[in-house]
Design a protein around this ligand. Structure first.
Ligand SMILES: O=C(O)CCC(=O)C(=O)O
Ligand SMILES: [Fe+2]
Length: 323
């Protein structure tokens, strides 16, 4: 498989597109919805995150990965993928998660735990950066709800219940004899992810037709990716793409740093009636608790499933709204 160059839609968020009273809001919302339906992801061009903040957070994340292992492993979590991770089976990849990572309190706790003599620059930049990403995520959500004609109060209910995972990731180049895969192919278990990187290629995405493409990074773009729970919420209109990270380089000194803000819902996720009506009353996913779904994902059955959300809460034969 040789992935092809980026063919993802590029959508711009600027002052005009982000104002719901402008016509541009409507057309941008429809573009976001169609991109998520057709590709499950899109490239977001925006200057909402200042470039100096982006540069400093990537510089500061290098400090994080330089810490000694005995410090790194202090970052633990009950939820898989939310703590510190480095696995023998995925030797190129390493990550830190900050649970509730769009809040100052959680970012401060993380900083205090990792940096024994403090690191105010890290704490401030990480919080500021993740807060901006959470605003972008809220905007994407509102646009999708709007484009489907689902009332804003349903969006607010989910938004207010969001649990954020801020993730810092590092991928080294493969050594001789090692394969290029940093993070194996998967679909996300988060609702929505906003991804960023230090302009080093690596993210590869499978299109609906099975073709793989790679994302060509740039300093003013992010990648927005829908996860399985978003697909379920939309009654399978939104696509949750399989993607992976591959370090296809022979230059040993290349290091890819990426950052992601992943959102999870504490409130029950339920297909809006509006979307079921549009599907002639055929409900494909029962209401579910997103955090319980994460527990299912790590069970033997969840791990074995090709699409965990389908085996967790999918309606196989299709039922009517009132059954
Ligand atoms: O590092 C990246 O760009 C992607 C990471 C990713 O797909 C994930 O953490 O689920
Ligand atoms: Fe992912």
């Amino acid at each position: 498989m040789t992935p092809q160059p980026n063919k993802l839609p590029v959508i711009t968020f600027n002052g005009e597109t982000l104002n719901p009273i402008n016509g541009a809001w409507r057309s941008t919302s429809d573009a976001v919805r169609h991109a998520l339906e057709d590709y499950g992801c899109f490239v977001l061009a925006t200057n909402k995150v200042p470039s100096d903040l982006r540069e400093s957070i990537f510089e500061l994340s290098k400090e994080l990965f330089r810490l000694p292992t005995e410090r790194k492993i202090k970052n633990t979590s009950d939820i898989l993928g939310f703590g510190y991770g480095k696995y023998a089976l995925m030797p190129l990849w390493e990550y830190f998660g900050i649970e509730d990572g769009a809040t100052l309190e959680a970012t401060q706790r993380f900083t205090d735990l990792l940096f024994s003599s403090g690191n105010n620059d890290f704490c401030e930049a990480a919080f500021e950066y993740m807060k901006l990403l959470s605003e972008i995520k809220n905007c994407v959500m509102r646009m999708v709800f709007d484009s489907y004609g689902v009332e804003a109060k349903h969006c607010d209910r989910l938004t207010e219940s969001t649990l954020y995972l801020a993730r810092f990731m590092k991928y080294r180049a493969p050594n001789e004899g090692e394969g290029p895969i940093g993070l194996p192919a998967h679909s996300d278990k988060s609702f929505l992810a906003i991804l960023d990187d230090n302009n080093v290629k690596g993210l590869e995405i499978e299109m609906r037709n099975g073709e793989w493409i790679y994302h060509d990074p740039s300093p003013s773009t992010f990648v927005v990716v829908a996860g399985e729970p978003f697909m379920a919420w939309s009654n399978r209109k939104v696509y949750a793409p399989v993607h992976q990270v591959a370090m296809r380089t022979t230059e040993k000194e290349v290091v890819r740093y990426s950052l992601g803000l992943f959102s999870f819902m504490r409130a029950t996720v339920k297909v809006p009636d509006k979307l079921i009506e549009d599907d002639e009353n055929c409900l494909l996913f029962r209401p579910f608790n997103h955090l319980d779904f994460l527990k299912y994902v790590v069970t033997e059955e969840g791990r074995a499933s090709k699409c965990a959300i389908k085996s967790y809460t999918g309606v196989t034969a299709g039922v009517t709204m009132d059954s």
